[in-house]
Ligand binder design. Sequence first.
Ligand code: GLA
Length: 780
Amino acid sequence: MITFNSPYFKLETKDLNYVIEVLATGQIEHLYLGKKLNDTNYDALKTKLNASAGSTIDYVSGDDKTSLDLLTLEYSGIGKGDYRLTPLEVKMPDGSYVTDFVYESHEIKDGIIENKELPQAKTNDKKVKSLVIKMKDRKFNIELDLIYSVFFDSNVFTRKVIIHNNEKQELNIRKIMSMMIDLSESDYNLITFDGGWIKETHKHIRPLTYGTYINDSTTGNSSNRHNPGIILAKKTTHEDYGVCIGINLVYSGNHYEAVQISNHGLLRVMTGINPHCFEWPLKKGESFETPEAVLTYSDQGLNKLSQSFHDFINHHITPRQFQETKRLVALNSWEAFFFKYNHKKLKGLANQASHLGVELFVLDDGWFGTRNDDTQGLGDYDVNYKKLPKGLNGIADYVHKLGMKFGLWFEPEMVNPESKLFRSHPEYAIQIEGRIPSVGRNQLVLDLCNHKVRDYIVEQISLILETTEIDYIKWDMNRHIADMYSSYVEDQGMFFHSYILGLYDILNRITTKYPQVIIESCSSGGNRYDLGMLTYSPQIWASDNTDPIERLKIQQGLSYLYPQSTISAHVSMAPHTQTLRKTPLSTRFNVASFGILGYELDLKFVTPIEKKEIKKQIELYKAYRHVFQYGKFYRFNSADSNHQKWQVSHDDIHILGNYQSLSHSSPDFEVIHMKELDENTNYQIHSVQQTMSIKRFGHLISYALPIKLNVDGMLMKYISRHKQLDNATESFEASGRLLNAGFKPKQQFMGTGYSDQVRLLGDYGSQIYIAEKKKNEVLS
Ligand code: GLA
């Protein structure tokens, strides 16, 4: 709901209010973001400017109390006394950078305000309303629309800005943020999600103090360095308690979030396209729209904040045809074979995968052109008949006959200099005449600003989709952009943004033509994990790192901003390729199942007993798929970095993952507090049965088995392929109130003897507990 009770606008979601005021001077003051208020007069929220302040600049001459520098504004500009970080830098028709936009009029509309080129949150929900505040520059006929939408049920507000040039002269936009808010209090921590390849979205918390902190990317995509999603959290806030504000951006290119604490402890926060190398000329009659910023608030801690983001993404960002649909259990050929495979090997892998219950078989890199390693072939999407003598259809049909869907890898935005495409169209690649182009993974980036390149990509992908039954595309993008230049943009300051508009154009065309094909976005893992990509691809490959202990950090970081239904997570071999860490198969599953479960390993090297375990894992995942993928997600405040827990809850089912990185000798007793179970009902709770490899015991096996065995002997080898040690399982009944208050699981193994009453966790051990509400058992 949006109401205007002059001079106040009140934007209302299910639980939140956002209140702003049109000041007599024409600026928009930010008054409130928080829990619903029932007041009609908001004077008490206004910043009181009753004393003139030293060197500040008066906005209106004669009024020495009002300075833009001291107000909590909704947007600002340069040259009228606000010396904080600006959201807008435009070279105006008179050559100056001074702008002075003031309120002109407003409109309240049903639904969203459609973007022309950029992706955005979509809805059919009648409760979604939008507000357009038209601001006009005091000197020039240039308008600035501040656009707000209210996503009622998700507790989310979105914001964006459109600038219109109605002057004869050209404007030059150098910086235009999607959103800015000034808060009156500054006792916040800033939480960001940072990293790099194979260590994406690690959470970092920093106390804010006077000055500016910038979270951005300059790589050409949203990047694995700093995710566009940020959180401001009051210093005492934790997972279940306290005030926090979450901000994200529906954009896949260079982004920029700045937080500044300045004058009198005012906190300014903004997000938008990164002004780095950005310059956008705007001719008479032209407009420029910014990406959509997403904003939510919680006074009940970070879990609640994340749940609002998750709800919003699941209902308004995910492509409509994939909303609430089941995400399929995949087997991906990459870590099984890398580039070295043929029709027979793929058939063998597919056969075994289908026996285990896999639903989607993905043929990764290496199926086209001369793509036998990563030095060649990108750009040439014609099938490699040496590897696949029966063509793509040969393997796709085979997979379909086995009852699985078939997926295929592409890296559409790239070209290897060693390719037919590059030889015939070197001008398709981004490079600058007179400079040697810088390659990454032996490849160059295609110039998506060029419409011929976009047509080429759409044609190539369409050709494959028309001739082979493809159910899923893995859309990869494996390098950052360098040598930024395109002869297809009029100003090189337009390059980065035009590249992203080009990408969205391609994705629009492909997804409109083939709406049922699932796209899984990937960029060397999570190098482009953002809301822009999620409007086309319902799921994203979170990281090339599949080590479950590393994934705990990566998936935990993602969970603050993105729901499990988007997080693609695979079980791979141990020892792990990147960390050399040997983790139990159960833990690999226990982590991957809190996302979209998949497998990425050569099943030839998996023992019969492990295959049995995988089959059971997939059965369990399918039985509780909706809870894992769409359940409410909870993180736990952990007392130490060695332990972590997650919970997902849907209707009457609650699943808890309990993870331990390193085991301690004589460990503390554990108490497991479940979250938000119905206090007035009984639950049946059990831990999922899992086993531990006998090999993990080495020479200590005599503690566990009645017979003496040679650790390196044939018998030990044979037994370990067919027999594993059972872990203690637990199954009992308890009230929701008791489970919330905390139950005590069985003790962990401590070297004093093995029995089926001790939990075998050890290093990298974990367990899953499932609590299901007992029907008709309401407690008084
Ligand atoms: C990237 C992806 C991997 C895999 C390879 C193939 O690294 O992140 O999952 O698809 O490319 O070359």
